[in-house]
Design a protein around this ligand. Structure first.
Ligand SMILES: [Zn+2]
Length: 438
């Protein structure tokens, strides 16, 4: 009896509609890549455009989506695209792809490398490159759009596809929200996005609880008292004070933040002075601050203020002369996946793509993303995942002392388009099919 049940269960699992559907889906996406997505990827790759100047890109994306029967709105927050497909009762699910390239001259050596240029925000003619792989995201978005349109009988609800400008400037998502996209098109019940990554092997995805950190931008203006370089006793040296602040700031993460909590304070810019023998009267520091919770963020920002002001007191500055700490309003919240939704989608992906699809990577840096501007206020259940973009052989070559795998934003950056795009489409379609049910 037991054996019987087991056997019939086994045959049920083997022939389950989901398993059948997923191999069918793999075949269809492969076919679609050859038919359409290969050319589309090349076009996007060879026409990279800078943040908030994605004019050709958004036009092409919009026309591809329109041809598939989506209701497409363009020009949102300059170049943003929203494409809607209504398909009966059910939730509203949003999938976002960022569209911008970078001011980088491509040196990947690929036969299809970008030779494009564009006049930048300051009027300079610069080389442009999809050096972060956003070309994979928009190509995949079109692939996903097409499969969802072909399989309308398999889902129910409303699908919202977003082409977002200016992720690289951490401003496009916020600009689209400020333009009122939820008010116009409805507030999604779920939101999804993915990033291709050169640090993960092709054929694998990363789906972790905290894909990206929060980021704050801080300026510190240090006032000093100018003097001759030979008479330091007549002044207050802002270069020395600034140096003490830089060192003091490193104690905030190492001594105030709990050792098992992530946090970074980086002073990326320190400017002061004009000449060898003049003690300047001002120094300016520019900082990036990374955290992953509201409490940690407050602790780091308070710590920066405390260190800066009190170092000013140490230097003998009066109350009205103390260093001024300015926290930019352009704060980016951390990208944190909804725990229940993540567990649900991991199960769905595991069933459709196999348990081996997950790359369990320990995240070592504290990069940021502007996707949470779509999901934190109001809170929308969301999952942000990563798709591998580098063949396994390249990591093996690097490990053997060979050429390193180029990082994102490098002129040498390259991803392997076909497996990245096809897995991006498959993982997205599988997730959307699960969420878009009555
Ligand atoms: Zn990116």
């Amino acid at each position: 009896m037991r054996t019987l049940i087991k056997t019939s269960l086994m045959s049920f699992v083997l022939a389950s509609p989901l398993a059948m559907a997923s191999s069918e889906l793999t075949d269809r996406v492969e076919q679609l890549y050859e038919e359409q997505l290969d050319d589309l990827f090349l076009w996007f790759h060879q026409n990279p455009e800078l943040s908030m100047m994605e004019f050709k890109t958004s036009k092409r994306l919009a026309s591809e989506l329109e041809a598939l029967g989506y209701e497409v709105s363009t020009g949102i927050a300059t170049t943003g695209v929203v494409a809607i497909m209504r398909n009966g009762e059910g939730p509203l699910v949003m999938m976002r792809a960022d569209m911008d390239g970078l001011p980088v001259k491509e040196k990947s050596g690929l036969p299809y490398a970008s030779t494009a240029t564009q006049v930048d925000w300051e009027g300079n003619n610069v080389s442009t490159m999809h050096a972060c792989g956003h070309d994979v995201h928009i190509t995949s978005l079109v692939g996903t759009a097409r499969i969802m349109a072909e399989r309308k009988s398999d889902w129910s609800g409303t699908l919202m596809l977003i082409g977002q400008p200016a992720e690289e400037r951490i401003s496009g998502a916020k600009a689209m929200r400020d333009a009122g996209i939820w008010e116009t098109f409805g507030t999604p019940d779920y939101a999804l996005a993915f990033h291709v990554t050169s640090t993960v092997p092709t054929g694998m995805i990363v789906a972790d609880p905290a894909p990206y950190s929060g980021a704050d931008t801080v300026d510190i203006i240090i006032k000093g008292v100018g003097a001759h370089g030979a008479s330091p006793h007549r002044g207050v040296d802002p270069v020395l004070l600034g140096s003490q602040i830089v060192l003091g700031l490193q104690t905030v993460v190492s001594r105030n933040l709990s050792p098992r909590r992530p946090g970074v304070i980086t002073v990326g810019s320190f400017h002061s002075g004009t000449k060898h023998n003049i003690i300047s009267d001002e120094a300016r520091l520019q900082l990036t601050v990374r955290s992953e919770s509201k409490a940690d963020r407050a602790l780091l920002l308070d710590g920066i203020k405390r260190v800066a002001e009190n170092m000013g007191r140490v230097a003998g500055l009066s109350g009205d002369m103390l260093p001024e700490v300015i926290v930019s309003e352009e704060s980016v919240p951390p990208t944190l996946n909804n725990a229940d939704l993540l567990a649900q989608l991991r199960e769905v992906w595991s069933d459709a793509l196999g348990e081996q699809v997950f790359f369990e990577e320990e995240r070592l840096g504290m990069g940021a993303e502007d996707f949470p501007f779509f999901t934190v206020d109001p809170n929308i259940r969301s999952v942000y995942f990563a798709v591998g973009g580098t063949p396994k052989a390249d990591f093996e070559r690097e490990a053997a002392g060979g050429e390193p795998v180029p990082s994102h934003h490098s002129p040498l950056f390259k991803i392997t388009p076909k497996p990245s795009v096809t897995l991006g489409v498959e993982a997205t379609v599988v997730a959307l099919m699960d969420l878009l049910q009555e």
